[in-house]
Design a protein around this ligand. Structure first.
Ligand SMILES: NC(=O)c1ccc[n+]([C@@H]2O[C@H](COP(=O)([O-])OP(=O)(O)OC[C@H]3O[C@@H](n4cnc5c(N)ncnc54)[C@H](OP(=O)(O)O)[C@@H]3O)[C@@H](O)[C@H]2O)c1
Length: 230
């Protein structure tokens, strides 16, 4: 990959290393016209080999993957090398994660979740994090994951979970890929929900076959990183 901003001699793993722990990175992909999915409603139809290379690297190097239940359902998430933490107000465990080995899937939900008892029966009480009464307290969730030693967190979306994490000021970094395609339609953007005002500063920019991959720090002017300029 061509390094446009960042250290041209660093490996990809070095270029994407977290500058400190704890660290919460969100990784999202978008087309040039801002779509977060293709016509089939999945991000799998817009990503490509360069995006997949970084997606796999970020999964491999994190402590746990945070994902909204909507994305886990839409994308058919299965168990991964790192624990998958599904965030759900309803407390439902996505079907494709139900047969996972104990400990590979955690559910973050709230006390009022209608499917809470079923989730506890399916995953075991240790794997169900009840954060908040009627809403999932995302700061409480992040704190609970840190307390378990899961300090390098990767959020893979979706747009509603990402927007809520951003609104709560919990996201340190956005890793975003822009694929060289336009798809029109009415697909979602990488965030959804109420207006946000989050400022970003670039720390890394890579290019491969027209795909642009970058890292932006979000409201973290104090933290320098491996891709920093100057
Ligand atoms: N381009 C990309 O990089 C990318 C990445 C991820 C997803 N996507 C696409 O985005 C689409 C899904 O969008 P989405 O906005 O529905 O995704 P989402 O945020 O993953 O899912 C929404 C659902 O997740 C749970 N959730 C989200 N935020 C929550 C919060 N703060 N507290 C409690 N539960 C929360 C709720 O689940 P319950 O209904 O179970 O309560 C909610 O209904 C799919 O088409 C997917 O392919 C694209």
């Amino acid at each position: 990959m061509r390094v446009l901003i960042g250290d041209p001699d660093a490996t990809l793993e070095e270029l994407y290393a977290p500058p400190r722990l704890p660290w919460l990175r969100a990784n999202m992909v978008s087309t040039l016209d801002g779509a977060a999915t293709g016509a089939d409603g999945r991000s799998g139809s817009i990503n490509n080999a360069a995006d997949k290379q970084v997606f796999d690297l970020l999964r491999r190097t994190c402590d746990a993957v945070l994902v909204g239940a909507g994305t886990a359902r839409a994308e058919g998430y299965g168990p991964a090398a790192r624990p998958i933490v599904v965030v759900s107000r309803q407390g439902g465990v996505p079907p494709t994660l139900r047969a996972a080995q104990r400990g590979r899937v955690l559910l973050a939900t709230c006390a009022a979740a209608p499917d809470l008892d079923e989730a506890v029966g399916m995953l075991g009480v240790e794997q169900v994090l009840v954060c908040g009464d009627t809403e999932v307290d995302l700061a409480g969730l992040v704190g609970a994951l840190h307390a378990r030693g899961l300090r390098h967190l990767l959020c893979e979306g979706g747009p509603r979970l990402l927007a809520d994490l951003l609104a709560a000021g919990l996201v340190d970094e956005l890793a975003a890929t822009y694929v060289p395609a336009l798809v029109g339609g009415v697909g979602p953007r990488i965030t959804a929900g109420a207006p946000l005002d989050v400022r970003a500063s670039p720390h890394l920019l890579l290019e491969e076959s027209g795909t642009m991959l970058g890292r932006w720090w979000l409201n973290r002017p104090d933290v320098r990183g491996p891709g920093a300029r100057g």
